[in-house]
Design a protein. Sequence first.
Length: 147
Amino acid sequence: MEKQKILIADDSEMNRALLAEILKEQYDVAEAENGAEAISLLSKQRADFSLLLLDIVMPEMDGLEVLACINKYHWNDTLAVIMISADDSPANIKRAYDLGAFDYISRPFDLTIVQRRISNTMFLYARQQRLEKIIAEQLQEQKKIMS
């Protein structure tokens, strides 16, 4: 079975490397150095990604701007976003959720918690995709029967 693909968008090379290291066995991992690069990758390959791990504080385009863009284009209909940031102010957490973040993990993080939250998110994402496919197939069957 093909591995689900995760995009890590963080301006810290060390953070990206740490996350990639803990995820690479189970997932196909891609990286973006900032929000603008993340949006560029998603605009070209959005269907390839199941999850975006997104830092808030980044140059060029911060994580909240990325979330606003994802929300604007309804990319979060098929892409789960987990914020991973050292900025855990209640205002930023609330704004991230309001903009469509699926979860928020504060840094420094516990690797076990990060792995579990990501695996739970990916499980729910895969289940949602399966259910949507079943519904689409049933609608097609209904259309055939009615015509």
